[in-house]
Design a protein around this ligand. Structure first.
Ligand code: CA
Length: 231
């Protein structure tokens, strides 16, 4: 029986892909390497990986196009690993459905941590759909009764705050961009105005946080968006 997590690395820089492959194998992952977009898509359909690590600057196609293509038929976690430091590329990749983003040069430890977040999200995906009660750490959400508990005390969320919390939980581990959240919660394009989202997020954090230590369940991705339970 093979229960190893399969990771497809689409990266044209051989030095980097080797480095990633060696490190991942050491951690007991199955690794497949592709050096172009076309080969990457071919390997995706041949080997059915669990997670994709994707470089944006590929010789035959822009990595963003691969995300767009894959998202038409799969929800596989796509971790973008790219040298492009520009916030716009990062946000565009996430808006197109990438799950997370690591900028080169990166520490292997950081990449491993992001992979583990993706794995946990995968493991939860199957479980969550059947559950009516979500529990994590001190937080409990009872979907049927629409109740939210911090430890055992009920907290009162406005309908929009509740919707926001559910959206974050559904996408656990994934970075959600400001625009994505605003579109989902308010139903329109933000056009760069994130002020109301910031206010809502601050209120939600305060309500589901614990005393002075605040809420460590939601992390801020500066200039990009938010992530539920980003470790
Ligand atoms: Ca490249």
């Amino acid at each position: 029986m093979d229960s190893k997590t399969k990771i497809l690395v689409i990266e044209d820089d051989k030095y980097i892909s080797n480095f990633i492959a060696v490190s991942l194998k050491k951690e007991n992952y199955d690794v497949y390497i592709s050096q172009s977009a076309a080969d990457g898509l071919f390997m995706f359909s041949s080997y059915h990986p669990d997670i994709i690590l994707l470089d944006l600057g590929l010789p035959d196609q822009d990595g963003l196009e691969i995300i767009k293509e894959l998202r038409q038929f799969t929800e596989i976690p796509i971790l973008v690993v790219s040298a492009r430091g520009q916030e716009n590329d990062k946000i565009e990749a996430l808006d197109m459905g990438a799950s997370d983003y690591v900028t080169k040069p990166f520490h292997m430890g950081e990449l491993m941590a992001r992979i583990r977040v993706a794995e946990r999200a995968l493991a939860l995906r199957g479980v969550n759909s059947e559950e009516t009660i979500y529990k994590f750490d001190y937080l409990t959400v009872d979907y049927e009764k629409r109740r939210v508990l911090v430890d055992d005390a009920e907290v009162h969320l406005t309908p929009l705050e509740y919707k926001l919390l559910l959206l974050l939980i559904e996408n656990q581990g994934k970075v959600l961009t400001h625009n994505y959240i605003i579109r989902k919660i308010w139903g329109y394009e933000a056009g760069g105005d994130n002020k109301s989202l910031r206010v809502f997020m601050a209120n939600l954090r305060r309500k589901i946080g614990k005393g002075d230590s605040g809420c460590h369940l939601i992390s801020t991705e500066v200039g990009v968006g938010y992530r539920f339970l980003g470790e």
